[in-house]
Design a protein around this ligand. Structure first.
Ligand SMILES: Nc1ncnc2c1ncn2[C@@H]1O[C@H](COP(=O)(O)OP(=O)(O)OP(=O)(O)O)[C@@H](O)[C@H]1O
Length: 927
């Protein structure tokens, strides 16, 4: 038996030869281990199994791939359009549920429950969702009808009809313009798969906001769908009573509080990182056979410099598994769709159809031109001296007209400052409250009040206070997520008519507009052709408008360059696994498959490597095999994996902890060293050390506006420190001399050598920890923002990132066996989330209760959820009323409306407090 890593030796007793022989006959059984419960013991036990079964090729990367390791025909070459397509993913395992859909199956249930449904089923229109070709349950069809979709577009039908797709047997990658209805194709494949096989589906989207939006949509469309479970499987088929339950649709992203539990969901909508973590946990828990389908929305994100490599390593895992997982990839801006399809062993489908026609223009001076140079209109000069510049005049006049006609407009600006400035300027030219119906005016004032009360004590933004009554707002990363959500919702409901936003919003939020006005720059740089396409695609959404218009603005010297950008081909997507930014990509990819025991033998690791896009694009260069060897050796040197005498690689405890917490190998090593030191000298008499520990390791994870440190603030804070804080600052290695010098001369620290980089990192994290400390001491966000000269959105973003990092570190600590530290980190993550001191944590969990309200409750004698549960609705309403910011010149009618809203909210708060209190009492009784 080869030597084991020391941590394994202490836990596992080495089996005798007889035991090994006995074990060989036993198939690995599924153990009910949850992710958080004990990732390490699962991984260790799996490592043990792997050791026992070396002779059996236990690794779960497809044995088919393993055996073809030395075979020159190893890399499968599937056909493009599927006629000769043969999936190399042979389903050698019995599917989790034994019944895939087939043409001859009876029609899905509930047909007879809907009046007239039987008739509808007889339709000969193959694009109707009722047509028997699709075999969709009536609840699904009704759900989509409620969302305005009754019939497919021709391209959707054609795409879904590709061989093997509806049967769940083949993969597909497709492109279609923005707003052409890509999601429906993926949704239909997903729902068919989930209902037919009872397997899980994962939808991967790039941004948190899209996770939320997609989850809302799927809940609306599929919320009434029932899953059927036909009894218990026995030797003679299914026995016992069948049962039904609604479909579980859950969204996961860095901000979600709920734990990911495989058994709690049927469809998960996740960010890339969450999806990857979920698949790793399922692999360790032996539950991957429950996964039936994965959708990659916005597949072009594969070459995103920060997160693209995670999409690649995740997709590669799916390609290598010894089971059939249907892969769906889609994008509006993917140039080399054929290459992606070949890599993913998929059909590909390319469509240029757009259901809503778009009139596209470029504006030069006062001329409105089509892209091929025809002048189709002119913009009248304005007598207003603020609009003397033709560019500003064009922007304002093009933006205001549809607003006056009652349509939605998006104006894309190059910076946050410009968004706010233009919102203010444009609002001076939109209808005043005197020209609007009373209902609209009321709705706009309601929005202002929501903005003032709902945002962690920031009060309403002074610019928004002026622009919103005139139907105009701005939306960028500098405002809080609550503000952004309220503004986006108000725009969707038509309360706000025009939003000035930064280009990142085009990708992050799905807001439709009749007209889109674009200045295609981000900061001083031009926006990329793909980003410009995304912005243009916001105009004219199906179901909302009958047509859309885009106007791309240019300044005089920029006309040619911008025109070229509009006509530019999209760049091809390629692998980021081995480039500079994805330097950790390959090592993380390998560490993950080793730590989750998906691949441990040299054969299976090599098979995995050969399935990457990196290898697919460069199948024969001499440096790639060397890259694999070097990466494995580096991981071993970092003590993340060890090589057994048989040549198999197994994870160390550090390697397992790194993967379980979703860190890159280098970050895992860094965190391990830092926490080992911290554990020996932890100072609990101050919050400083723990808040320092919560700050993100990398500068790139720091919000942009916080990268310019205020050294004078650090100096002054150091001078005001008591002994405990000073001791911590010294332990962290803060250099007061350096701080004084930087406060005098200003600027950034030199980071050109590893030592200088480490010093800069320490001081940056210390600066951020001062912000976090203020947050958990209930200092209002607006005050912190002013103190650190940064937008409130950036402070909030730091809090969110740090909360996520705290959760990551806590998982890491648990797997490493540092449970006490894990509990402490989790507690602070919660306080950061709620923005309160210890005593308010429970109160701040109530709906509508942010830190300011929780403090007001405490001061009014409502010191816990028990007090709130026992209080009258009137008393709670009074507290809520007390924290509503006072506005001058508000009439009696308005005050009455506010009082009514507070009463409604108080009812919800008291009811929620009752439930929480009951739950707490039950726990106490149990104990
Ligand atoms: N067959 C259809 N009939 C009517 N409306 C449809 C149909 N398919 C999609 N839609 C609607 O078209 C709109 C755009 O669809 P979807 O969000 O799927 O577009 P997309 O191609 O994914 O766009 P983007 O790339 O911008 O996200 C949605 O409101 C959707 O409900």
């Amino acid at each position: 038996m080869p030597d084991r890593p020391s941590h394994l030796q202490s836990i596992i007793s080495v089996p005798t030869t007889e035991q090994q022989l006995a074990n060989k006959a036993i198939k690995p059984t599924k153990r009910p281990l949850s992710q958080s419960e004990d990732f390490v013991s699962a991984a260790i036990a799996l490592a043990d199994q792997t050791n026992l079964e070396l002779g059996h090729k236990r690794a779960r990367i497809s044995p088919k791939l393993e055996t073809s390791y030395n075979d020159s025909s190893f890399v499968p070459a599937p056909d493009l359009l599927g006629n000769e397509y043969t999936s190399s993913q042979t389903a050698t395992q019995k599917p989790f549920w034994p019944k895939p859909y087939s043409e001859n199956d009876p029609l899905p249930p509930s047909t007879t429950q809907i009046p007239g449904a039987a008739e509808l089923r007889k339709t000969t229109n193959t694009r109707s969702l009722w047509h028997k070709k699709w075999r969709l349950p009536a609840q699904v069809i009704h759900g989509y009808a409620e969302c305005g979709i009754k019939e497919m577009y021709p391209w959707q039908e054609e795409c879904l009809s590709l061989p093997g797709l509806l049967e769940g047997e083949t993969n597909v990658v497709y492109t279609a313009p923005t707003s052409s209805g890509k999601s429906l194709v993926a949704d239909i494949l997903m729902i068919k798969k989930v209902l037919a096989t009872r397997q899980k589906a994962i939808v991967i989207v790039p941004y948190v906001s899209i996770v939320q939006e997609k989850t809302r949509f799927l809940k609306k469309a599929l919320g009434k769908v029932q899953m059927e479970f036909p009894g218990i499987e026995g030797a003679q088929g299914f026995m016992g009573k069948s049962r039904r339950r609604p479909l579980n649709i859950v969204g996961y992203h860095s901000g979600t509080r709920n734990r990911m539990r495989w058994k709690d969901l049927d469809i998960a909508i996740c960010t890339t990182e969450k999806a990857n973590a979920m698949i790793n946990v399922a692999a360790v828990d032996h539950e991957l056979n429950q996964l039936g389908l994965v959708i990659f929305d916005e597949l072009h994100m594969l070459d995103d410099e920060h997160r693209g490599f995670i999409i690649e390593l995740l997709a590669t895992k799916l390609l290598c598994l010894d089971q059939l997982i249907q892969i769906i990839g889609m994008s509006a801006t993917l140039a080399n769709v054929d290459v992606m399809a070949k890599w993913l062993r998929a059909h590909f489908y390319n469509c240029t159809f757009r259901p809503i026609p778009l009139a596209e223009h470029i504006v030069f001076k006062d001329e409105i031109q089509t892209y091929d140079g025809w002048v189709v209109g002119r913009i009248e000069p304005s007598s207003d001296k603020r609009l003397k510049d033709p560019f500003t005049n064009a922007l304002v006049s093009l933006s205001c007209r549809p607003v006056r006609e009652g349509h939605g407009v998006l104006v894309f600006c190059e910076s946050k400052f410009k968004c706010e400035h233009l919102a203010q300027l444009i609002s001076d030219f939109t209808p005043t409250v005197d020209d609007l119906p009373q209902k609209t005016v009321d709705q706009r004032y309601d929005l202002l009040r929501e903005l003032a009360t709902g945002v962690m004590g920031t009060g309403v933004d002074p610019t928004l206070e002026k622009t919103i009554p005139r139907g105009v707002a701005f939306h960028h990363a500098g405002i809080t997520t609550e503000e952004r959500d309220l503004i986006a919702k108000a725009y969707e409901e038509g309360v706000v008519k025009l939003i000035c936003c930064t280009p990142t919003m085009a990708a992050g939020v799905n807001l439709p507009a009749r007209r889109v006005v674009i200045y295609p720059k981000t900061g001083r740089e031009y926006a990329s052709p793909a980003m410009i396409r995304q912005m243009r695609g916001r105009a004219g959404r199906a179901g909302r408008d009958t047509f859309g218009e885009t106007f791309v603005l240019t300044r005089e010297k920029e006309f040619k360059e911008i025109k070229a950008l509009l006509e530019a081909e999209l760049p091809s997507v390629s692998s980021c696994l081995a480039n500079e930014n994805g330097a950790h990509g390959l090592s993380r990819a390998l560490l993950e498959v080793i730590a989750t025991c998906l691949a441990n033998s040299p054969f299976s690791i090599d098979a995995y490597f050969r399935s990457t896009l990196l290898y697919y694009l460069h199948p024969t260069p001499p440096e790639l095999p060397a890259l694999l060897t070097v990466t494995l050796t580096t991981l071993s040197t970092q003590n993340l994996i060890t090589e057994e005498t048989s040549g198999h690689w197994v994870p160390t405890q550090l390697g397992t902890a790194t993967v379980a917490s979703g860190l890159s190998p280098t970050d895992g090593v860094f965190l391990s060293t830092e926490l080992t030191n911290a554990l020996q000298n932890f100072n609990l008499s101050t919050d400083l050390q723990i808040t320092y520990q919560l700050t993100p390791i990398h500068g790139t994870n720091t919000p942009h506006d916080l990268r310019n440190m205020r050294w004078d603030l650090i100096r002054d804070t150091l001078e005001s420190f008591d002994d405990a804080d000073l001791k911590t600052a010294t332990f962290i290695t803060i250099n007061p001399g350096l701080v004084n010098k930087m406060a005098r001369i200003g600027g950034h620290l030199d980071e050109s050598t590893p030592t200088l980089h480490a010093t800069a990192r320490t001081h940056r994290r210390f600066y951020l920890s001062l912000i976090l400390r203020d947050l958990i001491h209930e200092i209002p966000l607006a005050v912190i923002a002013r103190k650190f000269s940064a937008p409130r959105g950036s402070i909030q973003q730091l809090a969110t990132t740090s909360k996520g990092f705290a959760a990551t570190s806590a998982t890491f600590c648990r797997v490493m066996g540092w449970t006490g530290l894990a509990v402490l980190l989790e507690h602070y993550a919660e306080r950061l989330n709620l923005g309160v001191r210890d005593e308010l944590v429970q109160l701040a969990k109530l709906p509508f209760v942010k830190s300011v309200t929780a403090r007001a409750m405490w001061e009014h004698g409502l010191k816990g959820v028990g007090d709130v549960a026992a209080a009258s609705v009137e008393r709670v309403a009074e507290v809520l009323m007390a924290v509503v910011p006072k506005r001058r010149g508000v009439g009696e009618r308005e005050v009455e409306r506010v009082r009514e809203r507070c009463r409604e909210k108080a009812e919800v708060v008291v009811a929620a407090a009752g439930r929480l209190w009951e739950a707490e009492c039950l726990v106490e009784l149990d104990e």
